[in-house]
Design a protein around this ligand. Structure first.
Ligand code: SF4
Length: 383
């Protein structure tokens, strides 16, 4: 079983913090969707070489998948059922990322014709002033309207994204955002601190000293508040940035954290498979080139065969992000005694400082460890 990720690199406008590769040129959508469906057919060769044919989660991410027309969305799912039909209709998780202002009665009507059963929505904040600062297209009211429409359309699994650590944001303002999010009763919430990625407008504003980055101490207090409020509201803190009501962890993202194979379709999409050897591959990122090569019947995938050290490092940075941590037995089985000993030597130091704990055969971060997770993970890395 595997996850299927489909990348939709179109946005109506650019948000100032976004470092993802996407385009506001919507006229290429039709050719892109045709190429996506063609890639599904072409990946038959990869399936013969070991790429999984059976999928149990689908994720339409971007970019903004809700910028596709009804016809284009139907075409994509038609392609999926044609090439991955063995699993359709079973207990699948099918997620689509949507912008709140794209969620209209018309989109909900389209959703009712698709197997989509989970919507992930970038709310980011409930302050219209901060939304304008980010150059987001929606306002706070539209998030509530969107949730209302989605519920009416029968979507029982909604995830919202929030951001914290805006320039000049106070702890009280962040508290209001968290409480607002909880009041919406979504099944899942992801929260990320505002990142200043090189090449973005936000980064430029910082360099020009027009805005000031939130200090470490405030970030930490905001993160602590997030965990306290979300867990008190009945959400399970199951990954560093993710919270879910019981039974609503993201199955698709969980598979990334547990080395489950995934198939990535579309420009810049990454894939991961374990047979015949462990391999990561990725598609051409440039949308024009992607469409051109696929239309000509070629794929321009680059790949990397993962050796034991890289796989071990990957496992550290993914599994340690989760509340379940690393399964010690798996380390022994997959990597052998010497890796296990290396892991335990490092783990003992952190356990002594109460930054990590071993419970039921799993090595995981404690709450104290979560706050400095990046430092701890880098201590475990093999060079
Ligand atoms: S809508 Fe999403 S992908 Fe598009 S620019 Fe904004 S943050 Fe980036």
């Amino acid at each position: 079983m595997a996850g299927l990720y489909i990348h939709i690199p179109f946005c109506e406008s650019r948000c100032i913090y976004c470092g993802f590769y996407s385009t506001t040129s919507l006229k290429m959508r039709e050719a892109y969707v045709d190429a996506l469906c063609k890639e599904m057919a072409m990946r038959t060769v990869d399936r013969a070489l070991g790429e999984p044919a059976q999928i149990e989660t689908i994720y339409l991410g971007g970019g903004t998948p809700s910028q596709l027309t009804s016809q284009q969305l139907l075409q994509i799912f038609e392609g999926i059922s044609q090439h991955y039909d063995s699993c359709m209709g079973r207990d699948m998780e099918v997620t689509m990322e949507c912008n709140p202002d794209d969620i209209t009665p018309s989109l909900c009507h389209t959703l009712s014709q698709l197997p989509v059963n989970r919507i992930s929505m970038g709310a980011q904040t409930f302050s219209d002033e901060r939304l304008r600062f980010l150059h987001r297209r929606h306002n706070a009211r539209e998030v509530e309207n969107a949730i209302h429409l989605l519920r009416e359309a029968g979507i029982g699994n909604i995830s919202i994204d929030l951001m914290f650590g805006f320039p000049n944001e106070t702890i009280q303002e962040w508290q209001q955002d968290i409480e607002h999010a909880i009041s919406l009763n979504a099944e899942h919430l992801s929260a990320y601190s505002l990142m200043y990625e090189e090449g973005t407008t936000l980064y430029r504003l910082l360099q020009q000293e027009k805005i000031k980055e939130t200090d470490e101490d405030t970030y930490l207090r905001m993160y602590e508040m997030l965990i306290d409020k979300m867990t008190a509201a009945g959400y399970e803190h199951y990954e560093i940035s993710n919270f879910a009501k019981p039974g609503f962890r993201s199955r698709h993202n969980s598979s990334y954290w547990h080395e489950v194979p995934y198939i990535g379709l579309g420009a810049a999409a990454h894939s991961y498979r374990r047979k015949p050897e462990v391999m990561r591959s990725w598609n051409e990122a440039d949308i024009h080139k992607y469409i051109q090569t696929i239309t000509e019947g070629r794929t321009e995938q680059e790949h990397e065969i993962l050796n034991k050290e890289t796989r071990y490092n990957d496992l550290i940075t993914t599994a340690l992000r989760t509340i379940d941590g690393i399964t010690l037995e798996d380390i022994k089985k997959e990597f052998g005694d010497s890796f296990y000993q290396t892991l335990m030597t490092e783990a003992d130091k952190h356990i002594a400082r109460q930054l990590m704990v071993i419970k039921d055969g799993h090595l995981a971060l404690t709450r104290k460890g979560l706050y400095i997770s990046d430092d701890i993970m880098s201590d475990f890395m093999l060079v």
